[in-house]
Design a protein around this ligand. Structure first.
Ligand code: FE
Length: 184
């Protein structure tokens, strides 16, 4: 390898004269635009959509075409949040605070990554010593809310999330179309 070429991580050697040239062709005609949100944890309190008492979510990507959503979940004050079943996987990253599931002996602490397997039913709790927790979740398919025996009480999917956002953004004066920037 000379000093005029470099091997990238895929093992492709490229001449220095082309390394910094952007891909020079159009993106696929049917590809959706990217989403870039500078303050994912928002500075503007109004961007938190109320979900329940002391519970809010902040939409980041609402994938109507693929049936998943990426959002921040914020809980202030401790409490039992919800018992739910996941038909599809969930990925989480704890940004602040901590939480756990009654069904497991681990605690998701600040900086933790969590994978929740399809088929899991669990009960999210935030303990007394946590004043605020914020976690980014990518939820696929649906959250199915159940009682302790698994009887279905309700559900959420990307469409109920979009609906909640529309209502909230309309109510605070942003207009219900404000949610559209998050929908793909
Ligand atoms: Fe869960």
């Amino acid at each position: 390898m000379s000093n005029t070429s470099a091997t990238n991580r895929s093992g492709v050697t490229e001449d220095a004269s082309t390394q910094r040239i952007a891909y020079r062709h159009p993106q696929p005609k049917d590809a959706f635009p990217e989403i870039v949100i500078p303050h994912a944890v928002p500075e503007d309190e109004r961007l938190w959509v109320p979900q329940a008492k002391n519970v809010w979510f902040r939409p980041l990507c609402l994938s109507a075409s693929r049936g998943y959503w990426v959002n921040l979940l914020r809980v202030r004050k401790s409490g039992v949040l919800s018992r739910h079943r996941h038909p599809q996987p969930v990925h989480g990253y704890v940004i602040k605070g901590s939480w756990r599931y009654l069904e497991h002996d681990w605690v998701a602490t600040e900086g933790s990554y969590v994978y929740e397997a399809p088929g899991e039913t669990h009960t999210l709790v935030v303990d007394d010593d946590v004043t605020e927790m914020i976690t980014m979740f990518q939820v696929n398919g649906a959250m199915i809310y159940v009682d302790p025996d698994g009887a279905v009480q309700g559900y959420e999917d990307v469409f109920t999330k979009i609906d909640m956002c529309r209502k909230h953004f309309a109510q605070i004066g942003f207009g219900e179309s404000y949610v559209e920037q998050f929908i793909r």
